[in-house]
Design a binder for this molecule. Structure first.
Ligand SMILES: [Zn+2]
Length: 494
């Protein structure tokens, strides 16, 4: 790339949009009774309906409709009082009926929004629509180096996934975020995932494909007031990739535009390894699919009472939780974001519930524990230490029986499987030496070994006392209270 991301954004304004597919966590498929468990033997969760055999007829899954309404309400959408499924006609080997039952011009939920917090500012992402459809099966390409169809010797198809209820959540175009566009896109998907998780409608595992994103990006010349041609980057399957895909498309499109060419309306593929997109197929238009109302299904007409009762049953959503915790913890929004982005929010909340102060809980989870999780290449929540352990360590520090340095050794012991914090303290003999007589011997030794330092302190250069404090801390293997050691040294030399 010759055009850098920074240079691109001096000249162009990015606009992005996201289409997110979510597999719902219903026990059975969208239009038949086949079970939906992930990871079964291929083609064992199939029946005449999801295989598209002649004469079979679909029946809509009531719980999937309820989940979709739930999602729509959580995203502040209007819920249609009457709508229909539509037939989307195209051929693909993993789609046994040769059409997909989806929704077209009559989606169940429309016109909502999701507020996301980026850099301490709230950005409102408009939601165009939330509709319900069925998932396709899965093709496996065998014999090639990349697992793609190019170079493969043969392909296998597994229809277990065919017919699993799939919700598509489409944002409105999001303009005006400038340099923050990639981060806003990522934060939107993170927030959406948290909303879906709180609703308990999907397991939202990006790595298993139950949450998948397509990212639309376009650039317009700053001040031109005209939006450029968009590209659609398919199947961006991690939060990090969402950010990278937007970033990489911004730089690529700027290079195309700077060279005097036009951006082509097309589908592009994101490559995890290189972080760039490559051209896929030219983008088909809606009319290519020959949509028409699905003749085998009755319309969906949720009663107002039903919609209201679903609305009344919504749990606390992430935005409400955020407002509640920021207020209860007297925390800055930026600090809260850091916790959320580090995946430490649940742990900090549980640590506070176990008795630690919010500041202490945040300090340990974002500091020492985040560092150790990072070293181990794990999520902070996967560390073998509980919020109750961290609360106990904070309590020992607050009581003065541990200092931060000893507390870090206790954490190390707990992570190494040496037991609870109290067991590690007992086994390793980790307690602050607060008995002055035990410290005085070490202080006298330090004074005797450093006559030059003593002379400087007596000359009024009191900051030189740090050398003596350090020597005492070393001699006591970190178990002394540094502030008390400094006091005793100054008393000794006065
Ligand atoms: Zn079936």
């Amino acid at each position: 790339m010759t055009v850098t991301y920074e240079a691109a954004l001096q000249k162009y304004e990015p606009v992005f949009g996201l289409e997110t597919h979510v597999e719902l966590g219903t026990a059975t498929k969208m239009f038949c009774g086949c079970i939906t468990t992930f990871g079964a033997e291929p083609n064992t969760h199939v029946c005449p309906v999801c295989l598209g055999l002649p004469g079979s007829l679909p029946v809509a899954n009531r719980l999937a409709i309820e989940y979709t309404i739930k999602i729509g309400l959580a995203l502040n959408c209007s819920i249609a009082s009457w709508c229909r499924f539509a037939r989307k006609n195209y051929f693909y080997p993993d789609m046994p009926k040769n059409f997909q039952i989806s929704q077209y011009d009559e989606p169940l939920c429309t016109d909502g929004y999701l507020d996301v917090l980026v850099g301490g500012k709230t950005v409102r992402v408009g939601i165009e629509r939330v509709h319900l459809e069925e998932d396709t099966g899965k093709s496996l390409h065998i014999g090639g180096a990349t697992g793609r169809i190019q170079g493969a010797e043969y392909s296998l198809v597994d229809y277990n996934r065919a017919g699993i209820p799939l919700v598509e959540i489409v944002t409105k175009p999001v303009p005006g975020t400038g340099f923050l566009a990639p981060q806003v896109a990522r934060t939107y998907v993170t927030e959406l995932r948290d909303v879906l998780r709180s609703l308990d409608v999907s397991d939202v595992r990006m790595e298993e494909g139950s949450l998948r994103c397509d990212v639309n990006t376009s650039l317009s010349l700053r001040g031109s007031g005209q939006w450029g041609t968009r590209t659609e980057t398919k199947n961006v399957n991690s939060l990090r990739s969402v950010e990278r895909a937007v970033r990489s498309e911004i730089a690529r499109q700027a290079e195309v535009l700077d060279s005097g060419s036009r951006v082509i309306l097309e589908t592009r593929h994101f490559h995890e390894d290189t972080g760039v997109t490559t051209s896929g197929r030219s983008k088909e238009e809606a009319q290519d699919y020959r949509y028409f109302p699905e003749p085998d299904l009755v319309p969906v007409a949720p009663s107002r009472d039903w919609v209201e009762s679903i609305g009344a049953s919504l749990p606390e959503l992430p935005s409400a939780r955020r407002a509640r915790l920021i207020s209860a913890w007297s925390m800055e929004e930026l600090d809260f974001e850091a916790l959320r982005n580090a995946g430490a929010l649940d742990m900090v909340e549980a640590t506070v519930a176990a008795g630690a102060t919010p500041d202490d809980a945040r300090k340990w989870w974002l500091g020492e524990l985040a560092r150790r999780a990072n070293d181990a290449g794990e999520d902070v929540s996967a560390l073998p230490i509980t919020p109750a352990d961290v609360a106990r360590i904070s309590e020992l520090v607050a009581a003065g029986s541990l200092n931060d340095r000893l507390a870090r050794q206790v954490i190390e012991g707990v992570l190494d499987g040496e037991g609870t914090p109290d067991e590690v303290v007992a086994a390793r003999g980790l307690t602050v030496v607060s008995d002055d007589s035990a410290l005085l011997a070490a202080i006298d030794a330090a004074i005797a070994e450093n006559p030059d330092v003593v002379a400087r302190i007596r000359d009024g250069k009191v900051q030189a006392a740090g050398v003596l404090v350090g020597a005492v801390m070393k001699a006591t293997r970190g178990k002394a209270d540094a502030a008390r050691v400094r006091e005793l040294i100054m008393e000794r030399l006065s």
